[in-house]
Design a protein around this ligand. Structure first.
Ligand code: TYD
Length: 205
């Protein structure tokens, strides 16, 4: 059986990841594919506990934060992502390891290479076939949010600027894996650009 496609969505808060990942998952489903739509952190029972702890729990150090995200990711890959891919299903996730590299590696200053190594260890090296980066000025993205801000959303503008720069630098260094789109463009144009990039990845029928 052919392995499913693994696609992650990345970008700052409020960039429209969930809207676009939902639209892509629907399109793939309409093509007759089976799609698992998921997210990090928190899309498992253990993950929900880790999500609550890391986003709204007591103050923790940057290293603790990185390990909590890595634990969530390891469990998510073991129990959701890899089994689905092996069944031949596509997996579309809101956020994956590039978020840790950008937020913990650059944002919190732990070092992008070290955090990348930690994430690759947690996932046994599983990388997406495609990562869609929805790029947005953090001042715009954070302004779009509603609800109680989590720990990261409360962090300073400088952190969010470093996160954005790191996402962009990673995308530039690995253009084979990344598609970068301007998240201020109309949502239907963004969705069409994503489909254009995904179409050639699908096996011919
Ligand atoms: P997000 O997808 O924005 O969730 P929601 O929109 O439901 O609040 O993710 C929540 C936050 O978690 C976001 O500010 C980025 C942060 N985060 C990290 O710092 N590192 C990570 O590895 C991941 C997956 C998320």
């Amino acid at each position: 059986m052919t392995r499913g496609l693994f696609i992650s969505f990345e970008g700052g808060d409020g960039a429209g990841k969930s809207t676009q990942s939902r639209a892509l998952a629907q399109w793939l489903t309409d093509l007759g594919r089976t799609v698992v739509r998921t997210f990090e952190p928190g899309d498992t029972a253990l993950g929900a506990v880790l999500r609550q702890a890391v986003q709204h729990g007591e103050e923790v150090s940057a290293r603790t934060e990185a390990l909590l995200y890595a634990a969530d990711r390891a469990h998510h890959v073991d129990t959701v992502v890899r089994p689905a891919l092996e069944r031949g299903q596509d997996v579309v996730t809101d956020r994956y390891l590039d978020s840790s590299v950008a937020y913990q590696g650059a944002g919190r200053g732990l070092g992008v290479e070290e955090v990348e190594r930690l994430s690759l260890w947690a996932t046994e090296g599983l990388l997406p076939d495609l990562t869609v980066l929805l790029d947005l000025d953090p001042a715009v993205g954070l302004g779009r949010l509603t609800g109680t801000p989590d720990r990261m959303e409360r962090a300073g503008d400088e952190l969010h600027r470093r996160v954005r720069e790191t996402f962009l630098a990673r995308a530039e260094a690995d253009s084979g894996r990344f598609l970068v789109l301007d998240a201020t463009r109309p949502a239907d144009e963004v969705a069409e650009a994503i489909r254009t990039r995904v179409r050639p990845l699908l096996p011919a029928v």
